[in-house]
Design a protein around this ligand. Structure first.
Ligand code: SAH
Length: 343
């Protein structure tokens, strides 16, 4: 029989498990604390749990623990890029960033990705598998252990499409924000999606307070389709409608991510079209100069062109920021560390 992945269980499910093992529910609360606050890597570390119970747990459950394979530290801004080994030998990468408002961790939601965006390094090898909620949490926990610093913000913007791993992603959000666990406010959790419409609509119903970021990257269906195959299934207007529904239901303002690629989507006309598309929406646009990926031929526009694009959007009353690049000196584009390691 396959062992239960104990780090992916809600507090209540853990209590039920303990009751089914003939134990008192309060021991489950102790175990939850060991897993999600003290980041125990084994049952042996749980010192206030009896040996008999430890044996029972060892027989029936497993604890997902990630192995730190590699870490690259930026001298410029303190950014740390981690490569973690999963139990089955797969690898994922995560990033630790220091901001004025606190420490932020960017996690992966899948090993690989099947969305196939043309500018993205993570898409190159396809999807290997979904991560469990425990494996997503572990990225945050291991980084906290390694740095000895509290993490206040989490962004799900590493490898993978969170809404393509919906159930595990949801579990991750609820566990991460559990006040008996890491207790990271949902308002400080952001998930980025390429735009899987039915899942955006479903997420709007989950009564969460997280921020949804939509990878827009183009001001028209035609251009978006040439960059993101997912647009074939879910058209631009359909995605924007789903974002409106998300805002209406949750009151959470949507962030639109727009990676600027020289000569592709960075003209004055692109800015005008984008502004028209987003007119009247309570939203925020995040401009990200593309991270060049070896296998792809998109290039970064000049800083001048980036700031022109921003000014143009502002002229139309759009709320916009240029994302500060972090850790540029430690590796190139998103997903490249993992890829380099796998090659
Ligand atoms: N699958 C999700 C989240 C992962 S990617 C999504 O599509 O949103 C996180 C963000 O990085 C997305 O906006 C994605 O489009 C962007 N991205 C991917 N490759 C990039 C690159 N080479 N340069 C800049 N941004 C990139």
């Amino acid at each position: 029989m396959e062992k239960t992945d104990i780090k992916s269980l809600y507090n209540k499910e853990l209590e039920e498990l303990f009751v089914s093992l003939g134990e008192k529910p309060f021991h489950a609360r102790q175990a939850f604390h060991w897993l999600h606050v003290k980041h125990a890597a084994s049952f042996a570390q749980m010192t206030d749990i009896s040996n008999k119970l430890k044996e029972k747990l060892t027989d029936t459950c497993r604890i997902a623990v990630l192995k730190q394979e590699k870490v690259q530290c930026s001298k410029a801004d303190g950014t740390r890029k981690y490569l973690f080994g999963l139990g089955d030998g797969n690898m994922v990468e995560s990033v630790f960033m220091r901001y004025r408002h606190g420490n932020s961790v960017c996690i992966s939601s899948q090993a690989g990705c099947r969305m196939g965006c043309r500018f993205c390094a993570s898409a190159l090898g396809g999807l290997v598998r979904n991560l469990t909620a425990g494996e997503m949490l572990e990225q945050v926990y291991r980084i906290q252990e390694d740095t000895g610093e509290r993490v206040s913000h989490v962004v799900v913007m590493g490898t993978g499409e969170p809404l393509d791993n919906y159930e595990n992603f949801l579990r991750f959000v609820r566990l991460l924000s559990d006040d008996k666990g890491a207790n990271i406010s949902q308002r400080n959790i952001t998930a980025s999606t390429c735009g899987i419409v039915p899942k955006i609509r479903r997420l709007a119903e989950e009564k969460l307070q997280i921020t949804l970021a939509l990878s827009l990257h183009a001001p028209s269906q035609e251009k978006r389709l040439s960059l993101m195959p997912v647009a074939k299934k879910y058209g631009l207007l359909e995605v924007l409608d789903a974002c409106d529904a998300y805002f209406a239901k949750t009151g959470r303002r949507i962030t639109f991510e727009y990676s600027l690629m020289g000569g592709m989507n960075d003209s004055t006309e692109d800015a005008r079209q984008l502004a028209a598309l987003l007119k009247g929406k309570n939203c925020h646009v995040n401009l990200i100069p593309i991270n060049p990926v070896d296998e792809r031929d998109y290039t970064q526009p000049s800083p001048q062109r980036v700031s022109n694009f921003k000014n143009n959007l502002e002229k139309y009353g759009i709320n916009v920021t240029i994302r500060r690049e972090m850790g540029r000196d430690i590796d190139g584009a998103c997903g490249q560390l993992r890829k380099r390691y796998l090659n």
